[in-house]
Design a protein around this ligand. Structure first.
Ligand code: SAM
Length: 205
């Protein structure tokens, strides 16, 4: 079971909107933009990069927003992905791309390395609805995949991180702070740890 807190906000969109208003980050990176609904919640003064191999943006985005058509792995390996905002760190990020946990882990590793200690990383889909929608293989219309495994894994292997999982509809949002861009624990042990991560048994919502 994922340790989580009740939220005053009904959905992750409401919570995201509140975080953008309260934190007003100078820079924001989003992985998995789809139609641009979560991107549409950013403030006008925030510099934004959104990454998605198949973006399907449905409305006009502000001049402060750049959408890059790429997988997150390819983006971070590219020259622009080395420093998405030049000398400035990523102040806030939202991981909502591929719904397999090892992708979210790599996204977290890459984002933390480009962040400041005061930055915030948000992760969607950390409170699954039920076992069927939380499997690696997709068999349902609503599918959060096995992203939920990331939270107990980080609590074990990176106890220095501060993690709050908000129980918002439909599948929760984790807020990770106290980052350490110099910490290479996860990257150094990635091959060894990823098998353990994927094998995490279902323990309920
Ligand atoms: C659930 S949607 C994102 C929804 C959006 N964040 C929102 O809340 O409005 C997931 C998106 O992740 C994208 N995606 C899939 N694999 C990806 C990858 N390897 N890197 C980045 N994005 C990926 C998909 O194309 C899809 O548009």
């Amino acid at each position: 079971m994922v340790e989580k807190v009740m939220s005053e906000f009904p959905t992750y969109y409401h919570l995201l909107a509140d975080l953008h208003i309260r934190r007003s980050p100078n820079t924001y990176l989003e992985i998995g933009v789809h139609e641009g609904h979560s991107l549409g919640l950013v403030g006008a003064t925030t510099q934004v990069v959104g990454i998605d191999p198949e973006p399907k943006i449905t409305s006009q985005l502000g001049d402060n927003i750049t959408v890059v058509t790429s997988t997150s792995d390819d983006y971070f390996a590219s020259e622009s992905g080395q420093a998405p905002f030049g000398d400035a760190p990523i102040e806030m990020a939202f991981i909502d791309g591929m719904h397999h946990v090892e992708f979210a882990l790599r996204d977290f590793i890459n984002i933390e390395a480009r962040s400041a200690t005061t930055s915030t990383v948000l992760v969607h889909d950390c409170v699954p609805i039920d076992e069927e929608t939380a499997k690696r293989e997709r068999s349902t219309v609503i599918w959060s995949g096995d992203i939920w495994k990331l939270i107990p894994f980080l609590r074990t292997h990176r106890p220095d991180l501060e993690i709050t999982v908000h129980d918002v509809e439909p599948t929760g949002l984790a807020e990770i702070t106290n980052l350490d861009p110099t910490n290479t624990t996860l990257a150094d042990r990635y091959d060894e740890l990823v098998d353990e991560l994927i094998a995490t048994p279902w323990a309920g919502r």
